[in-house]
Design a protein around this ligand. Structure first.
Ligand code: LIP
Length: 264
Protein backbone atom coordinates (compact mmCIF):
# COMPACT_ATOMS: atom_id res chain seq x y z
CA UNK A 1 0.00 0.00 0.00
CA UNK A 2 1.46 3.39 -0.97
CA UNK A 3 2.59 5.93 1.63
CA UNK A 4 0.22 8.37 0.02
CA UNK A 5 -2.86 6.23 0.59
CA UNK A 6 -1.84 5.54 4.20
CA UNK A 7 -1.29 9.27 4.74
CA UNK A 8 -4.73 9.94 3.28
CA UNK A 9 -6.20 7.43 5.77
CA UNK A 10 -4.23 9.08 8.61
CA UNK A 11 -5.70 12.49 7.77
CA UNK A 12 -9.27 11.17 7.47
CA UNK A 13 -9.08 9.04 10.63
CA UNK A 14 -7.91 12.00 12.74
CA UNK A 15 -11.21 13.75 11.97
CA UNK A 16 -13.15 10.52 12.58
CA UNK A 17 -11.58 9.68 15.96
CA UNK A 18 -12.40 13.16 17.27
CA UNK A 19 -15.99 13.00 15.93
CA UNK A 20 -16.40 9.57 17.54
CA UNK A 21 -15.08 10.93 20.86
CA UNK A 22 -17.50 13.85 20.81
CA UNK A 23 -20.35 11.45 20.02
CA UNK A 24 -19.32 9.25 22.98
CA UNK A 25 -19.23 12.38 25.15
CA UNK A 26 -22.95 12.92 24.51
CA UNK A 27 -23.64 9.48 25.99
CA UNK A 28 -21.18 10.18 28.84
CA UNK A 29 -23.24 13.19 29.80
CA UNK A 30 -26.42 11.05 30.06
CA UNK A 31 -25.18 8.01 31.95
CA UNK A 32 -28.35 7.63 34.05
CA UNK A 33 -30.32 6.52 30.96
CA UNK A 34 -27.56 4.37 29.43
CA UNK A 35 -28.35 0.67 28.86
CA UNK A 36 -25.46 -1.62 29.87
CA UNK A 37 -24.82 -5.38 29.86
CA UNK A 38 -22.17 -7.54 31.53
CA UNK A 39 -19.82 -9.37 29.09
CA UNK A 40 -17.84 -11.10 31.83
CA UNK A 41 -16.10 -10.49 35.18
CA UNK A 42 -15.48 -6.71 35.51
CA UNK A 43 -16.26 -6.40 31.79
CA UNK A 44 -19.23 -4.36 30.58
CA UNK A 45 -20.62 -3.10 27.29
CA UNK A 46 -23.05 -0.24 26.88
CA UNK A 47 -25.28 1.13 24.15
CA UNK A 48 -22.62 3.87 23.77
CA UNK A 49 -19.84 1.36 22.99
CA UNK A 50 -22.00 -0.25 20.29
CA UNK A 51 -23.35 2.97 18.75
CA UNK A 52 -19.94 4.68 18.64
CA UNK A 53 -18.43 1.59 17.00
CA UNK A 54 -21.26 1.49 14.43
CA UNK A 55 -20.63 5.18 13.64
CA UNK A 56 -16.87 4.58 13.13
CA UNK A 57 -17.44 1.47 11.01
CA UNK A 58 -20.02 3.21 8.81
CA UNK A 59 -17.71 6.18 8.17
CA UNK A 60 -14.73 3.93 7.39
CA UNK A 61 -16.85 1.79 5.05
CA UNK A 62 -17.92 4.90 3.13
CA UNK A 63 -14.37 6.29 2.87
CA UNK A 64 -12.37 3.06 2.40
CA UNK A 65 -14.77 0.26 1.29
CA UNK A 66 -11.81 -1.98 0.38
CA UNK A 67 -10.48 -2.04 3.97
CA UNK A 68 -11.17 -4.61 6.67
CA UNK A 69 -12.57 -3.81 10.12
CA UNK A 70 -11.98 -5.41 13.55
CA UNK A 71 -13.96 -3.87 16.38
CA UNK A 72 -14.22 -4.79 20.08
CA UNK A 73 -18.02 -5.05 19.91
CA UNK A 74 -18.70 -6.26 16.35
CA UNK A 75 -15.64 -8.39 15.54
CA UNK A 76 -14.23 -8.84 12.02
CA UNK A 77 -15.52 -7.65 8.64
CA UNK A 78 -13.51 -8.34 5.46
CA UNK A 79 -10.62 -9.59 7.59
CA UNK A 80 -8.53 -10.68 4.55
CA UNK A 81 -8.28 -7.12 3.19
CA UNK A 82 -4.81 -5.62 2.69
CA UNK A 83 -5.48 -2.95 5.32
CA UNK A 84 -7.34 -3.53 8.60
CA UNK A 85 -8.82 -0.96 10.98
CA UNK A 86 -8.63 -2.13 14.62
CA UNK A 87 -11.08 -0.15 16.75
CA UNK A 88 -12.00 0.27 20.41
CA UNK A 89 -14.96 2.68 20.50
CA UNK A 90 -14.56 3.32 24.24
CA UNK A 91 -11.38 2.11 25.90
CA UNK A 92 -11.90 2.38 29.63
CA UNK A 93 -15.57 1.40 29.55
CA UNK A 94 -15.66 0.74 33.30
CA UNK A 95 -14.40 4.31 33.91
CA UNK A 96 -16.92 5.67 31.37
CA UNK A 97 -19.82 3.91 33.12
CA UNK A 98 -18.75 5.26 36.51
CA UNK A 99 -18.45 8.85 35.23
CA UNK A 100 -14.64 8.81 35.45
CA UNK A 101 -12.82 10.83 32.74
CA UNK A 102 -10.06 8.31 31.87
CA UNK A 103 -11.55 6.79 28.73
CA UNK A 104 -10.87 7.32 25.02
CA UNK A 105 -11.54 6.23 21.45
CA UNK A 106 -8.72 4.16 19.94
CA UNK A 107 -8.21 3.51 16.20
CA UNK A 108 -5.27 1.65 14.64
CA UNK A 109 -4.57 0.69 11.02
CA UNK A 110 -2.58 -2.46 10.26
CA UNK A 111 -1.03 -3.51 6.92
CA UNK A 112 0.87 -6.83 6.71
CA UNK A 113 1.35 -7.04 10.50
CA UNK A 114 2.75 -3.46 10.62
CA UNK A 115 0.85 -0.88 12.70
CA UNK A 116 0.84 2.03 10.23
CA UNK A 117 -1.49 4.42 12.09
CA UNK A 118 -2.33 4.93 15.77
CA UNK A 119 -4.96 7.45 16.93
CA UNK A 120 -6.32 7.96 20.44
CA UNK A 121 -8.76 10.75 21.36
CA UNK A 122 -9.61 11.51 25.00
CA UNK A 123 -12.66 13.81 24.91
CA UNK A 124 -12.67 14.71 28.60
CA UNK A 125 -9.19 16.29 28.28
CA UNK A 126 -9.58 17.12 24.55
CA UNK A 127 -6.30 15.31 23.82
CA UNK A 128 -5.61 13.83 20.38
CA UNK A 129 -2.64 11.45 20.33
CA UNK A 130 -1.59 10.64 16.75
CA UNK A 131 1.10 8.53 15.11
CA UNK A 132 1.86 7.57 11.49
CA UNK A 133 4.63 4.99 11.13
CA UNK A 134 7.87 6.65 9.92
CA UNK A 135 6.41 10.14 10.48
CA UNK A 136 6.58 10.62 14.24
CA UNK A 137 3.86 11.10 16.85
CA UNK A 138 2.06 14.15 18.20
CA UNK A 139 -0.22 15.25 21.02
CA UNK A 140 -2.66 17.94 19.81
CA UNK A 141 -0.27 18.59 16.91
CA UNK A 142 2.91 18.98 18.99
CA UNK A 143 5.69 16.32 18.84
CA UNK A 144 5.59 13.80 21.71
CA UNK A 145 8.81 12.94 23.57
CA UNK A 146 9.24 9.96 25.90
CA UNK A 147 10.80 10.23 29.36
CA UNK A 148 14.62 10.49 29.55
CA UNK A 149 14.63 8.58 32.87
CA UNK A 150 16.81 5.49 33.31
CA UNK A 151 15.50 4.22 36.67
CA UNK A 152 12.04 2.99 37.71
CA UNK A 153 12.36 5.18 40.82
CA UNK A 154 12.25 8.29 38.63
CA UNK A 155 8.59 8.18 37.65
CA UNK A 156 5.28 6.33 37.18
CA UNK A 157 4.57 3.00 35.49
CA UNK A 158 1.12 2.18 34.09
CA UNK A 159 0.22 -1.30 35.39
CA UNK A 160 -3.13 -2.65 34.30
CA UNK A 161 -5.09 -5.53 35.77
CA UNK A 162 -8.35 -7.25 34.89
CA UNK A 163 -9.72 -10.72 35.61
CA UNK A 164 -8.23 -11.67 32.18
CA UNK A 165 -4.81 -11.30 33.83
CA UNK A 166 -2.94 -13.74 36.11
CA UNK A 167 -3.10 -12.57 39.75
CA UNK A 168 0.25 -14.23 40.51
CA UNK A 169 2.05 -12.67 37.52
CA UNK A 170 0.61 -9.23 38.28
CA UNK A 171 1.62 -9.50 41.95
CA UNK A 172 5.18 -10.41 40.88
CA UNK A 173 5.25 -7.39 38.56
CA UNK A 174 4.12 -5.12 41.41
CA UNK A 175 6.75 -6.64 43.73
CA UNK A 176 9.54 -6.04 41.20
CA UNK A 177 8.35 -2.46 40.66
CA UNK A 178 8.10 -1.62 44.39
CA UNK A 179 11.44 -3.32 45.20
CA UNK A 180 13.03 -1.02 42.59
CA UNK A 181 11.53 2.15 44.00
CA UNK A 182 8.74 2.39 41.42
CA UNK A 183 5.11 3.45 41.74
CA UNK A 184 2.16 2.58 39.51
CA UNK A 185 -1.10 3.93 38.15
CA UNK A 186 -3.97 1.89 36.71
CA UNK A 187 -6.34 4.42 35.16
CA UNK A 188 -8.52 1.68 33.61
CA UNK A 189 -7.57 2.46 29.99
CA UNK A 190 -4.59 0.60 28.52
CA UNK A 191 -4.77 2.78 25.38
CA UNK A 192 -4.29 5.98 27.41
CA UNK A 193 -1.60 4.48 29.65
CA UNK A 194 0.46 3.39 26.61
CA UNK A 195 -0.03 6.81 24.96
CA UNK A 196 1.25 8.39 28.21
CA UNK A 197 4.52 6.43 27.74
CA UNK A 198 4.92 8.03 24.28
CA UNK A 199 4.09 11.44 25.78
CA UNK A 200 6.73 11.09 28.55
CA UNK A 201 4.11 11.04 31.34
CA UNK A 202 4.76 7.37 32.23
CA UNK A 203 8.09 5.52 32.19
CA UNK A 204 6.46 2.34 30.96
CA UNK A 205 3.31 0.22 30.87
CA UNK A 206 2.53 -3.46 31.47
CA UNK A 207 -0.58 -5.64 31.45
CA UNK A 208 -0.51 -9.46 31.56
CA UNK A 209 -3.31 -10.05 28.99
CA UNK A 210 -4.91 -7.44 26.75
CA UNK A 211 -6.77 -7.24 23.44
CA UNK A 212 -5.32 -5.79 20.25
CA UNK A 213 -7.99 -3.07 20.05
CA UNK A 214 -6.85 -1.81 23.50
CA UNK A 215 -3.18 -1.30 22.64
CA UNK A 216 -2.18 -1.23 18.92
CA UNK A 217 -2.67 2.55 18.51
CA UNK A 218 -0.59 3.27 21.61
CA UNK A 219 2.13 0.83 20.52
CA UNK A 220 2.48 2.72 17.21
CA UNK A 221 2.98 5.96 19.18
CA UNK A 222 5.61 4.57 21.57
CA UNK A 223 7.64 3.19 18.67
CA UNK A 224 7.36 6.48 16.74
CA UNK A 225 8.74 8.42 19.72
CA UNK A 226 11.79 6.14 20.03
CA UNK A 227 10.36 4.07 22.89
CA UNK A 228 10.21 0.28 22.89
CA UNK A 229 7.37 -2.26 22.99
CA UNK A 230 7.07 -6.04 22.84
CA UNK A 231 6.01 -7.65 19.53
CA UNK A 232 2.31 -7.68 20.44
CA UNK A 233 1.15 -9.04 17.05
CA UNK A 234 3.35 -12.16 17.42
CA UNK A 235 1.60 -15.49 18.03
CA UNK A 236 -1.82 -14.36 16.76
CA UNK A 237 -1.93 -11.37 19.13
CA UNK A 238 -4.39 -9.62 16.76
CA UNK A 239 -7.18 -12.18 17.37
CA UNK A 240 -6.48 -13.57 20.84
CA UNK A 241 -4.53 -10.79 22.55
CA UNK A 242 -1.18 -10.93 24.32
CA UNK A 243 0.73 -9.34 27.20
CA UNK A 244 1.71 -5.73 26.49
CA UNK A 245 4.96 -4.09 27.53
CA UNK A 246 5.97 -0.53 26.63
CA UNK A 247 8.96 1.46 27.80
CA UNK A 248 10.73 4.79 27.40
CA UNK A 249 14.17 4.27 25.76
CA UNK A 250 16.19 4.37 29.02
CA UNK A 251 13.75 2.10 30.90
CA UNK A 252 13.61 -0.81 28.43
CA UNK A 253 15.90 -3.12 30.44
CA UNK A 254 14.07 -2.39 33.72
CA UNK A 255 10.68 -3.08 32.11
CA UNK A 256 12.04 -6.29 30.55
CA UNK A 257 13.20 -7.36 34.02
CA UNK A 258 9.69 -6.62 35.34
CA UNK A 259 8.25 -8.69 32.45
CA UNK A 260 10.56 -11.62 33.30
CA UNK A 261 9.79 -11.27 37.00
CA UNK A 262 6.09 -11.62 36.08
CA UNK A 263 6.99 -14.93 34.45
CA UNK A 264 7.00 -14.07 30.72
C1 LIP B 1 -9.95 -2.18 29.19
C2 LIP B 1 -8.46 -1.97 29.14
C3 LIP B 1 -7.87 -2.08 30.54
C4 LIP B 1 -8.09 -3.44 31.03
C5 LIP B 1 -9.59 -3.70 31.06
C6 LIP B 1 -10.23 -3.52 29.69
P1 LIP B 1 -12.06 -1.82 27.63
O1 LIP B 1 -10.47 -2.09 27.90
O2 LIP B 1 -8.20 -0.70 28.65
O3 LIP B 1 -6.49 -1.84 30.55
O4 LIP B 1 -7.53 -3.60 32.33
O5 LIP B 1 -9.82 -5.01 31.44
O6 LIP B 1 -9.74 -4.49 28.82
O7 LIP B 1 -12.77 -3.13 27.93
O8 LIP B 1 -12.49 -0.72 28.48
O9 LIP B 1 -12.11 -1.50 26.17
Amino acid sequence: MSDQSIHHRFQAAQVLVRDAGLYALQWFRNLESLHTEKKGPQDWVSEADREVEKMIQKRLKLMFPEDGFFGEESGFQQKDSEGLWVVDPIDGTSCFLKGLPSWCVSIAYVVEKEIEIGLIYAPCTDELFAAHRGNGATLNGRPMRPSKATLLSEGIVGLGYSPKSSIEATQKAFAYLFENGGVYHDIGSAALMIAYVAAGRYLGCYEYQINSWDCLAGICMVRETGGWTNDFLAKDGLHSGNPVLAAAPGIKESMLNLFRAAGH
